[in-house]
Ligand binder design. Sequence first.
Ligand code: GLC
Length: 420
Amino acid sequence: MTRMDHIALDEQARAILRGNDRGGYTVPTAGLYPYQWNWDSAFAAWGFATFDVDRAWTEIETLLSGQWEDGMVPHILFHQDDPGYFPGPGVWGTGRTPATSGISQPPVAATLARRIYETDPETGRARLRAVFPKLLAWHRWWRAHRCPTGVAAITHPWESGRDNCPDWDPGMKNVDGSNVGDYTRRDTGHVDPSMRPGKEDYDRYLAILQFGRECGWDQEVIVRDGPFLMADPAMTFILLRAHRDLAALARELGESDAELMGWAADLEAALPSIWNEDLSCYDARDLRTGEFAGVLGSGAFLAWYARVENPEMERRLMAVWNRVRFGIPSSDPAAPSFAPRRYWRGPTWPVVNSLIAMGFSGMGRDAEAERLRRETVELIEAGGFYEYFDPMDGTACGGRDFSWTAAIWLAWASPSAGRD
Ligand code: GLC
């Protein structure tokens, strides 16, 4: 593609972000995801920062407007009801204003807020000062309610942001989904059902949700007695980096970073509990049974993002990457569970690639960072700003005109992006 083609893609990406703007927040894509999603919004903000830094901060502020009293920032904010989405605010029944879901999502906000701040510290300082205590409260919530064994855990597969990846299979098989009652899914009306999670999975997702609602979203009860609790390597790496990035922002504001650095050190010290000897990698682990998932995928690749590395892990992960043609697969093609187009069971996500590449470049692995960027560029050039892609043949999948794909194009993948 020529320079002009890339400029046209830059323009298209900006138009997608503007088109998905619902007034202070961005929807991931029209139709399939009509609300504000937590980590999608943080990425959208990173994209906005390349051409409208004021709008970038607004996105983060709106996201934090959904924060609970205990510090949790929910995974969905239902600013206005949309019958095209299930499960909507009535099903979650959290009784909050704005209405929200009852779980969280990967805390990339502090890391990306740091990037946004660095693009324009002068404009950003006052905005950062206002959001800093809220981000800190959210990080404290992770520490208090999601690190029962030291590493970060999830109470619902949706909390991980990698909804149906095989990492969650050990925990999901013990969830009883037989009593959830009748319901109508909406996702399969927007995109090809063969690319989405199956009915059995969906019954279980709802059973976990119903447990939360029935205990009034009491986090202590959910973590102690809920039907699902798994340690998540990706979440652990994301949180570890986020603590450090928020600590850097604290220093920038003249605040103490001691608490955050302590939480980061504790997370790091707990990492051996999710090291799977058989895989020679960090792995998801069912905290009810101790069982490892035993499957490699994009979660394990996020180690570098948290400045964690080891030569054995590197060999295994590079072999996984070399089994596909485009990007980091959400799950290993050599595993029996691999499905190249079924949501998180194989496909590659440009947005996850952007985080993994941030990890590579932060560790001086410029060749890997550049390879990943190039492969992601090829996908977007040929297929457009889709939600995710088949890592074998590059087929564009899921929702189109996707905010976070447009955002990472502007902030990272595009030849005009200000990468580091
Ligand atoms: C799906 C993804 C999740 C994302 C959401 C909106 O649920 O698994 O990570 O936040 O869609 O894009």
